[in-house]
Design a protein around this ligand. Structure first.
Ligand SMILES: Cc1cc2ncn([C@H]3O[C@H](COP(=O)(O)O)[C@@H](O)[C@H]3O)c2cc1C
Ligand SMILES: O=C(O)c1cccnc1
Length: 339
């Protein structure tokens, strides 16, 4: 049965305190099967651990991927008015229309890998507050965004990608990452859509101001997300937490998705055990963030788009891993001599 949508922030915290683990029997059975497949031991490299990880979360020794889901959340940011992006804020709404018309990169990748793409817009006409002046969201708005994300996950999905669109959100993600993991603002900002050196310095100043303003709240990861994040980040966080309760494995996307996910890891260590890192973004701080999360990216293609695009490509890798794991013959079945 699908877990009920958290009614309040206390229920979100309760959901974090009661995380289900993987099915150990399925994991053992999958490892046993992996050892019998017609290949030299470990010859499929990371595909082998990927298949066993997936088997554990799905509770099936020989799983197939049938219903991958991509959810894209869109929102606007108060800090966009500070000039932290190379693009104007109206691009967020324009790109939502593009997603709906099927014209964005994520639409093509979803189609290429057989995943449905769902788009959720979060109060686009009302940007969050500028976090250098106030918390980005009040508690009600934060909860609403978390719940939108939670409800967006189809309980019948068997793999989830959470993506985003929100001009200015690499700055919000940098502020969240800095708030969660510490370090200087400069360590966490990057070029985003392509700001110049001056833009990069401005981003660092904005993040530093935000950290200063909300310093007292930084010990609480959910408060970091509420005060410094954005609605699409909170929605991704809610979706990734719901996926855990539904035992739907998740492929994490780039810097913004990982900053949202990191909130869960900081609030409850191990909260991202049902997630793999789909790719390494060219947004420079993504490597630092993946390191902090202890995740190795599956792909590294110089992408810095967001929308869930890097993770969507990695659906192909998971599909390949499961096709081999569940479809290959064993040595005994194929009559192949073992080493
Ligand atoms: C046309 C276009 C399509 C996009 N798709 C994703 N993003 C990405 O860029 C934004 C973050 O970068 P920044 O913090 O510099 O604004 C997000 O909306 C992100 O998803 C896009 C950006 C643009 C311009
Ligand atoms: O890594 C990302 O997710 C990213 C990087 C730049 C712009 N938008 C997204």
């Amino acid at each position: 049965m699908a877990p009920t949508t958290p009614a309040d922030l206390a229920s979100i915290r309760a959901a974090l305190a009661s995380l289900p683990g993987p099915d150990r029997d399925a994991q053992v059975a999958a490892a046993d099967r992996n050892a019998q497949l017609t290949k030299p031991p470990a010859a499929l490299g990371r595909l082998e651990e990927l298949a066993q990880w997936y088997a554990g979360w799905r509770g099936e020794a020989r799983p197939r991927l049938r219903a991958p889901q991509i959810v894209v959340f869109a929102a606007n940011h108060g800090i966009a008015a500070r000039g932290v992006s190379a693009f104007p804020a109206e691009v967020t709404t324009q790109m939502v229309a593009n997603f709906r018309a099927g014209g964005a990169a994520i639409n093509q990748l979803g189609r290429a890998f057989g995943a449905r793409v769902d788009v959720h817009e979060l109060s686009l006409d009302t940007p969050t507050a500028d976090f250098t002046a106030a918390p980005a969201m009040d508690e009600a708005g934060f909860l609403a965004a978390l719940r939108t994300g939670w409800d967006a996950v189809d309980p019948a999905a068997d793999l989830l990608v959470a993506g985003e669109m929100g001009i200015g959100n690499t700055t919000a993600a940098a502020a969240v990452a800095a708030g969660l993991f510490g370090g200087a603002a400069e360590d966490w900002v990057g070029r985003g859509t392509g700001v110049d050196a001056e833009g990069l310095a401005l981003k660092a100043r904005v993040v530093a101001e935000g950290l200063d303003r909300h310093r007292d709240a930084l010990p609480d990861p959910l408060e970091v997300l509420r005060r410094l994040g954005g609605r699409e980040l909170a929605a991704m966080t809610g979706a990734i937490l719901a996926a855990r309760h539904l035992r739907v494995p998740v492929i994490l996307d780039g810097f913004i998705c990982c900053a949202a996910a990191a909130t869960l890891d900081r609030a409850a260590p191990g909260a991202l055990d049902h997630c793999v890192a789909g790719h390494l973004s060219a947004e420079t701080a993504h490597a630092r963030l993946l390191d902090a999360l202890g995740k190795q990216p599956l792909l590294s293609l110089g992408m810095r788009l967001g929308e869930g695009s890097g993770a969507a490509l990695a659906i192909g890798v998971v599909k390949g891993a499961l096709a081999c794991h569940s479809g290959m013959a064993t040595f005994a079945e194929a009559g192949v001599s073992g080493g």
